[in-house]
Design a protein around this ligand. Structure first.
Ligand code: ANZ
Ligand code: ZN
Length: 812
């Protein structure tokens, strides 16, 4: 007579909602704990196994924390702007607002069916005007503080989505969303000055409890590199340029320089004889992605400009080339080429027959790219490494030809999108006043509903007269609105702040409130957000801090990435492969707790793995077994089979109970849910052994039972609550304290040992775990079975292996 099932879920979800047990209330006596799961994109494909794997186990963790006495805040919302809804509108004519709100409705129902203790009162939906008003406010603050600006820039352009993509959205040279090869295009774009925070973003990683891999990806993305800047004069022309190098000790070997094709100086440097060839080269380079251009395996190409430069250290006249392996967005977009000591330069020099001269000792063949003593370098010969770099840079500095330089890979954050479904950028252009930011009192700049979706590559906003025409906030004259919208990463860069104070109509958030509630104590989400979202959120927090809106340095103190649940075939789930798992079906069949517990027990949380139907069935059987035990225990406790004696069996059960509490507490703390549940299985086994005994110590059983229910509840919340009430308890089990244990109970005071005679096991006995070898020998020989077996025989030797066995060697 199974009691747990889908109906149990529904019963408790209703009771929880009606009683408001999980409502967040300020509580001075409890420490706050902000548990955050990455909010979801309201796509049409409903809540999938990936959402579940993020939210289910994290909710279990949060429930445990609540029982441990924390005042848990666990909000949920929707990252609701973005391309997919707009592309869907272009295809089907269904307005993004309509499809998005409908999807949110469906997902809310599904999220509620999960039975997580989300604080729905604090929900945020980024496409709602009362949210994006404040996203625009954030833009205005950044703008007023010189952290948002517009510039003409070559951007990654997807010709199919007709939009600009951030570098991070270009994968292997193709659009992350549609796979179309990305091209370069010059456009006026809005940027946030994240590079101003490069050092702090890098250095503060140290103090974060984040996965090492994620920190290292951020470090790489920021890419701080120490080197030198070297000035070269152009031969016969009144021009000069700078290069960034990390190997200034190789300067004597610089036998040519290479400019990125897009570098603004290239047309000036190109001679008439070379112009046609250079222009053709620049045209083809536009078609290449930065990723391809940096690829080591790709053949290096280039063209000679016809001009020459002067190497400042030895006066040598060296040719100036253009080559697409040099990126215009890194350093100065120009490199001094040292083919003897750099792979790419070597390959290029070989191909175009340029001079290769060794200036660093070491290695047999070229290129030799390691550190070594300088040679063929005049007065610097024999110097090496950092000292060599310092001396050469000093020499250059004295002649005003160079200096030390720190370079970053990080670029400013490109935030404008030529799309409709996003927060409008609050800027107007006036004929008199130029670029004017919208006043805070005039926010939000509302996204118009009535627009035309056509697959013509133009943003609906750019075609909407009603939206575009406005008045200038400064002079009152006619002005035109910016038609670009903000990257959705802007919306998600601050949502964790708004959750705390989501109904505030006066401000984005109350400073005092968020200083109390933040930073987020535990953030859980997919590793695909290791760089962009997490870096942008860190930047926004730091910028808001510097503007005085909050006073903490980092938004997310501790971070965990859950792994990926794959299809039964071990492949990433996808509709086209037909290997997706639909949580709803399993929940209908087994109940959401079984589904959640399987996700926690069947996989390592950080790694994930392939779905298995047998796996979820075995968890369902476990829940059945636990449930039978509970019914049996209830019968026992109501019967009169009580004994007050503390027998070996009772002590054993108490031992397993303490051991389980310790194990579950420690493992679940680290989000190692699979081993935590394995511990509970051990305690279940111990109970299954205890239940059939003829007599039971009611006090012991009652205690172990109450502890077990409380341990189990966070992992199987509906089932746990049901059982808690089965035993006549009142109130929610989640208002109970998490069980503790006595260290002493972890030491078994009796252990079982085997007694062998001539190597064959004859008996097992319990002995005090503190017994000495002599005492163990005495106990073994005194045992009735052994006495009978050894009667009349000659005991030659007794071997005691502590804690395990006694072997008695007999003769005759
Ligand atoms: C001369 C040299 C000699 C270099 C040598 C390396 C080895 P990181 O560490 O990533 O900062 N470089 C500079 N700007 C570049 C650009 N825009 N596109 C492509 N390559 C560029 O790398 C710095 C090194 O990358 C610089 O040091 C430069 O080559 C190259 F034996 O200068 B080196
Ligand atoms: Zn004006």
């Amino acid at each position: 007579m199974a009691i747990y099932g889908k109906q149990t879920d529904q019963k408790w979800q209703k009771i929880w909602e009606d009683s408001g047990v999980f409502k967040f209330r300020e509580d001075k006596d409890k420490e706050k704990l902000y548990v955050l799961e990455m909010f979801s994109y309201p796509s049409g494909s409903k809540l999938h196994a990936g959402h579940w794997f993020n939210y289910g186990p994290t909710d279990s963790w949060a429930r445990m924390k609540k029982m441990q006495g924390y005042n848990v805040f666990q909000p949920m919302g929707f990252d609701a702007f973005g391309l997919p809804a707009e592309n869907f509108a272009i295809k089907t004519g269904i307005h993004p607002m309509d499809s998005t709100l409908k999807n949110i409705e469906t997902m809310e129902v599904q999220l509620k069916a999960m039975g997580a203790m989300f604080n729905w009162d604090h929900e945020v939906v980024t496409c709602a005007p009362d949210y994006y008003k404040w996203t625009q406010w954030l833009f205005v603050q950044l703008y007023k503080n010189g952290l948002a600006y517009r510039k003409n820039a070559p951007v990654n352009w997807c010709p199919s989505c007709n939009t600009v993509l951030a570098n991070e959205q270009v994968l292997d040279g193709a659009c992350e969303r549609c796979g179309t090869p990305v091209i370069k295009k010059d456009l006026t774009q809005w940027f946030f000055s994240i590079t101003k925070y490069a050092d702090e973003l890098l250095e503060d990683l140290e103090g974060l409890d984040w996965p090492e891999k994620t920190k290292s990806m951020q470090r790489h993305w920021i890419g701080r590199s120490y080197g030198s800047s070297v000035k070269f004069k152009v031969d016969q022309k009144d021009l000069e340029f700078e290069v960034f190098t990390t190997r200034v000790d190789t300067l004597y070997g610089a036998s040519y320089v290479v400019f990125a094709p897009e570098n603004a100086m290239v047309p000036t440097l190109t001679t008439e004889a070379q112009r046609a060839e250079v222009e053709a080269y620049i045209e083809q380079a536009k078609m290449q992605s930065d990723i391809d251009r940096q690829s080591l395996s790709r053949e290096k190409t280039g063209v000679f400009t016809g001009s020459y430069a002067v190497n400042p250290i030895n006066g040598r006249i060296i040719p100036i080339w253009v080559g697409d392996y040099v990126l215009n967005t890194y350093g100065t977009g120009i490199v001094m080429a040292v083919p003897a000591h750099d792979e790419r330069d070597f390959e290029f020099a070989k191909k175009y027959d340029l001079p290769i001269e060794r200036v660093i000792e070491g290695g047999e063949s070229l290129p030799y790219t390691e550190i070594g003593k300088m040679m063929n370098s005049g007065e610097f010969d024999g110097l090496m490494g950092e000292e060599a770099k310092e001396k050469v840079t000093l020499w250059l500095e004295e002649r005003n030809s160079g200096s030390l330089k720190v370079n970053y890979r990080l670029r400013d954050w490109l935030v404008s999108r030529q799309r409709y479904w996003g927060a409008p950028i609050p800027i107007v252009y006036c004929n008199h006043c130029g670029e004017v930011v919208v006043e805070e009192k005039d926010l939000p700049v509302t996204l118009p509903y009535d627009v035309e979706f056509a697959p013509d590559g133009k943003s609906p906003l750019a075609k909407s007269e009603e939206f575009l025409n406005t008045t200038c906030p400064k002079c009152g004259g006619h002005a035109t609105r910016e038609a670009d919208t903000l990257d959705t990463f802007v919306c998600s860069s601050w949502y964790y702040l708004r959750y705390v104070d989501n109904k505030n109509e006066e401000e984005a958030f109350d400073k005092e409130k968020i200083n109390k509630m933040l930073p987020v104590d535990k953030y859980v989400g997919g590793p695909e957000h290791a760089v962009m979202h997490l870096l942008y959120a860190r930047f926004v927090t730091k910028a808001l801090r510097d503007m005085g809106f909050l006073s903490f340095d980092e938004p997310f103190k501790s971070l965990t990435h859950q792994g990926l649940i794959l299809g039964p075939d071990g492949q990433k789930m996808s509709k086209s492969k037909g290997n997706t798992i639909s949580p709803d079906e399993y929940i209908n069949q087994y109940g959401s707790d079984v589904f959640r517990m399987y996700l926690m027990f069947g996989f390592s949380y950080a790694e994930g793995g392939a779905w298995s139907d047998e796996g979820i069935r075995s968890v369902a059987r476990f829940v059945d077994r636990v449930e039978r035990n509970f019914h049996n225990i209830k019968d026992i406790l109501q019967s009169s089979s009580n004994t007050d004696e503390l027998r070996t069996e009772d002590k054993d059960l108490l031992y397993w109970n303490a051991n389980t509490i310790k194990g579950v507490s420690e493992d679940a703390e680290k989000m190692q849910f699979n081993t935590a549940i394995a511990r509970m299985m051990e305690l279940t086994n111990a109970l299954t052994k205890y239940i059939p005994l003829k007599a039971h110590n009611h006090k012991v059983l009652e205690k172990v039972n109450a502890d077990f229910i409380r341990l189990l509840a966070p992992f199987a919340p509906h089932f746990g609550e049901e059982i808690w009430h089965l035993f006549g308890n009142e109130g929610s089990v989640f208002d109970e304290a998490w069980p503790g244990y006595d260290e002493k109970a972890l030491v078994k005071d009796e252990v079982e040992i085997a007694i062998q005679i001539n190597g064959k096991i004859k008996e097992r006995i319990m002995i005090p775990s503190s017994a000495t070898d002599v005492e163990i020998q005495e106990l073994a020989l005194a045992d009735a079975t052994i006495r009978k077996e050894t009667e009349g025989k000659n005991i030659v030797k007794v071997i005691v292996i502590k804690g395990r066995l006694v072997n008695i060697v007999v003769k005759g």
